[in-house]
Design a protein around this ligand. Structure first.
Ligand code: SF4
Length: 469
């Protein structure tokens, strides 16, 4: 989701004539788009802020200036505290405040053209509020040390009209935003807010735009795409309905340029049979699904507030595989949740054995202040968490290798994504089942679908050769 938002922000810059600098040292404005989901990601942002504050100071001492914008979840989560700790931040812009960005750029353009040093004293828009160029303080709570103001009204999330990046043949397409689930370990509902769905007509408009821009693969995005719901004049479009509309639109596009559609993330409790049916009945939907399980123990799933059981999850997997034989699954697994016992971990390992995920994002629990799980007793020690995580990772590696080895000898369609980082004479691509493939070939193939025969496995990557169809 953050990557799609960053793409939309880059588009706003491009529309106003801003170009990407080679690095922060050459930039007039630094945009730091943040994520709060993992504590480690936030720690990295704190490190970067120190660097950018030093950069600002250096620039100022040479008579120049650089504006610092902090956007995304952290801006919403920590808010004004940031400005106390890092006064070098000029603008804070939470996920619901994307529409401020053109005004921020406009303010900076004005400041640069007028040769004004700093924004303070000009009435410029701050991270979350006042209208740029008007000098109006829209609300309450001016940020410390500046005349910047916070909004009087609660901001509302709006979707960008386009997320197309020039030259890209894969694109994200946000269809909903926010989350109402409140899993007990997760900060997302607090920083992203409640679920908002995008209108089907805006989604189809963007699909046409992306197709015209050369996109071959779409990934529909949302914190929980399965709870997509557009309610207009008694006509409700749910996720299954939206998938049907998208399949119809792709079918109608001349030459059918967009071949593949993926979506994430899917919450197991919300993936309806109707959506599985639509997915199974259309060749556009990739035979891969990221279906976060998080844990294999019912006791821990309940403590996580996931609202499904391991039996529900396994039943869903059986129904998916019955509808789409050959479908691959990936997942997220969280070990070391408060109260987790050895038996709970064994249940997770057992569930992994039963499903055999193609890959998994595996991590151990870190308490996040402000979440329901923060105060839970029975925290698992660091050493035990690391040891359990290592066991989960070892099992997943075995499953990944097993599934990929089973693919050797097959010929599949691969979307060629680029040049291999390890060997400039080789290309990298991906199957619709989300398997990475390396093959010798010409760069002219990048962005196209090709038939590839798999010959061997190197780590988690299949190796293959082009096949003339
Ligand atoms: S479904 Fe749960 S884990 Fe996913 S974003 Fe919502 S609260 Fe967080």
């Amino acid at each position: 989701m953050n990557m799609a938002e960053a793409a939309a922000l880059r588009l706003v810059c491009a529309e106003r004539g801003w170009t990407e600098a080679a690095g922060p040292e050459d930039a007039d404005l630094v945009l730091l788009h943040t994520c709060s989901v993992r504590a480690t990601a936030e720690q990295r942002v704190f490190g970067r802020l120190g660097q950018y504050a030093a950069l600002k100071k250096k620039r100022r001492s040479g008579g120049g200036r650089v504006a610092l914008v902090l956007s995304g979840c952290m801006a919403a989560r920590i808010g004004g505290e940031f400005k106390k700790q890092f006064p070098a931040i000029d603008y804070l812009m939470g996920p619901q405040e994307r529409e401020l960005f053109p005004r921020i750029l406009e303010t900076e353009e004005r400041l640069f053209s007028s040769g004004t040093g700093e924004a303070a004293g000009t009435g410029a828009a701050a991270g979350t509020g006042a209208a740029a160029g008007t000098g109006a303080a829209a609300g309450t709570g001016a940020a410390a040390g500046t005349d910047r103001a916070f909004p009087a009204e609660k901001p509302v999330f709006s979707f960008a009209a386009s997320h197309l990046e020039e030259g890209r043949f894969r694109s994200f397409l946000p269809i909903m935003h926010g989350c109402d689930n409140f899993c007990s370990y997760c900060i997302v509902p607090y920083v992203r807010g409640r679920e908002v769905s995008r209108s089907p007509s805006a989604i189809l408009d963007e699909i046409r735009l992306l197709a015209a821009g050369g996109v071959r693969e779409l990934t529909l995005l949302g914190q929980n795409v399965n709870s997509y719901r557009w309610d207009a004049r008694e006509e409700v479009t749910d996720f299954a309905g939206l998938l049907g509309l998208i399949a119809g639109e792709l079918e109608r596009l001349p030459g059918k340029p967009i071949g593949w559609v993926r979506f994430l993330s899917s919450h197991p409790k919300d993936l309806a049979s109707e959506a599985i049916e639509v997915m199974a009945s259309s060749p556009f939907f990739c035979r891969h699904l990221h279906l976060c399980v998080q844990h294999g123990s019912n006791r821990i799933l309940a403590a996580m507030n996931r609202r499904y059981t391991r039996e529900d999850y396994l039943d869903l997997v059986s129904r998916l595989l019955a509808a789409m034989p050959g479908l691959t699954l990936s997942t997220d697994i969280l070990v070391g949740f408060p109260g987790e016992t050895e038996e709970d971990l064994e249940e997770t390992l057992d569930l992994m054995e039963k499903v055999r995920f193609l890959y998994a994002y595996m991590y151990h629990y870190n308490p996040r202040e402000g979440t329901a799980a923060y105060g839970l007793e029975g925290r698992v020690g660091e050493k035990v968490k690391r040891e359990r995580l290592a066991r989960v990772i070892a099992l997943q590696k075995k499953h990944t290798a097993f599934l990929l080895e089973g693919r050797i000898g097959r010929t599949e369609t691969v979307l060629i994504e680029g040049i291999s980082r390890k060997n400039a004479d080789e290309l990298v691509g991906r199957t619709e089942r989300d398997e990475m493939v390396v093959l010798p070939g010409s760069a002219s193939l990048i962005g196209s679908f090709a038939a590839v025969k798999f010959s061997s496995l190197s780590g988690n990557t299949l190796r293959g050769t082009l096949v003339q169809k």
